[in-house]
Design a protein around this ligand. Structure first.
Ligand code: SAH
Length: 380
């Protein structure tokens, strides 16, 4: 056992460490690397974060962990349950910020939609999160903390031992602009000693950050979703402005490289249906042409409106017509059911509470409650 306790200064964020990081850190502390397994099982599987309860660790190590690596979790500020059992939490994270997280229960699965950033810098015109501006990346322990907390609260609420079966990075933020923290977190979700989710049940969704898509293809075997929303550059430049930097040809090339790296997988394309904007027969044909030859599925998302937006939802019959056209071409296409809209928990409605934003494209009144941490922030 080493005596380096006093030498370390900043607290270590144990919650967000993947297996390798944790083993390396333990070794740097003079511990055996297999302690990583014990620690991960306590924290992520049994949901125990009080080191004193980790009875198979020595008392000395427990004390050392408590002093060097105290575990901090996001604080629940609002907890709402929708009519369809979808549950949304507003979580306070450091810096006077709040993020949102949503649990979507279904017959055989429980999907947790988590945030990767406070706000978002990408300014997609139909997304409420974009209207909030961007503050900062979430750390890996803030990302993992969401899953830990949801698991804990859902177990308490009687949802069984493993309430979260799927994790999707589809909350606030662009995960592929925060790979240093998102990748270790995703690894932990799939690790047998961590949350032990199947690798088909962890999904990273991107608006098309091409270089980071390649990093993913090289390093992280995880499900990939791409927010497409238009299959021609002129329209996508407007709806998803990052398209101006990485146009469709580059985006599709990156998708093909992903499939080359993981031949058994497919790319899930998300397509928000905006009335009179991207929902015509011509648009359907463009999607079909663009996705030809790629192992792909399409998820049509009826647009979820939010205060201040001019976009409207495509009428249901037209959504089905669009779906039928894609299906007729052989593309597997689902229409995503809107969930939790009575509590603003549906896709694109996550607003959180973003302090000191760097950009605000439109003034949108928040539908969530304001909290006292505003005054805390002013004191800082
Ligand atoms: N930044 C990543 C992760 C967010 S995922 C990405 O863009 O993929 C959130 C999904 O909901 C994206 O597909 C997004 O385009 C979609 N979305 C955003 N606003 C929406 C809205 N108002 N109605 C329906 N879907 C929306």
């Amino acid at each position: 056992m080493s005596d380096v306790v006093e030498l370390s200064s900043a607290p270590v964020s144990l919650l967000g460490m993947n297996r390798r990081m944790l083993a390396d850190w333990l070794v740097s502390q003079g511990e055996k690397p297999f302690r990583a397994q014990q620690l991960m099982q306590w924290v992520h599987q049994r949901g125990i974060i009080d080191y004193a309860q980790m009875t198979d660790l020595s008392k000395v190590l427990r004390a050392k962990l408590a002093s060097l690596a105290p575990i901090r979790l996001p604080q629940v500020k609002v907890d709402q349950i929708a009519d369809d059992d979808t549950r949304k939490w507003l979580l306070e994270v450091e810096g006077g910020n709040a993020i949102e997280m949503v649990f979507i229960p279904d017959k055989n699965r429980g999907t947790l939609c988590i945030s990767s950033q406070v706000g978002c810098a990408l300014a997609c015109t139909f997304c409420m999160t974009a209207q909030q501006g961007f503050n900062r990346n979430l750390s890996s322990d803030e990302i993992v903390g969401q899953v830990w907390l949801a698991q804990h609260l859902l177990r308490q609420a009687g949802w069984g031992e493993k309430p979260v079966t799927n994790v999707v990075f589809m909350g606030m933020g662009e995960p592929l602009l925060n790979v240093n923290n998102v990748f270790p977190a995703a690894e932990l979700f799939m690790d047998d000693w961590g949350y032990a989710l199947s690798k088909n049940r962890v999904t990273i969704s991107t608006s098309g950050v091409v270089p980071a898509m390649d990093m993913l293809s090289e390093r992280l075997d995880v499900s990939l979703a791409v927010s497409l929303h238009a299959a021609n550059d002129a329209l996508r430049d407007v709806l998803v402005p990052i398209n101006q930097k990485y146009p469709l040809a580059d985006l599709m090339a990156a998708c093909h490289r992903y499939i080359k790296a993981y031949p058994k997988r497919h790319v899930m394309f998300e397509y928000v249906m905006l009335k009179g904007v991207n929902d015509s027969t011509k648009h359907a044909k463009e999607v079909i042409t663009l996705l030809q030859g790629l192992s792909a599925k399409v998820n049509l998302i009826p647009f979820n409106p939010f205060p201040g937006t001019d976009y409207q939802t495509t009428p249901w019959a037209l959504v089905l017509d669009f779906q039928n056209r894609l299906m007729a071409s052989g593309l597997q296409t689902n229409v995503r059911r809107t969930r939790g809209d009575d509590i603003d928990a549906a896709c694109g409605q996550l607003a959180g509470d973003v302090a000191d934003r760097t950009k605000r494209t439109t003034q949108v009144r928040q539908t969530t409650v304001k909290f006292e941490h505003h005054s805390l922030r002013e004191k800082r």
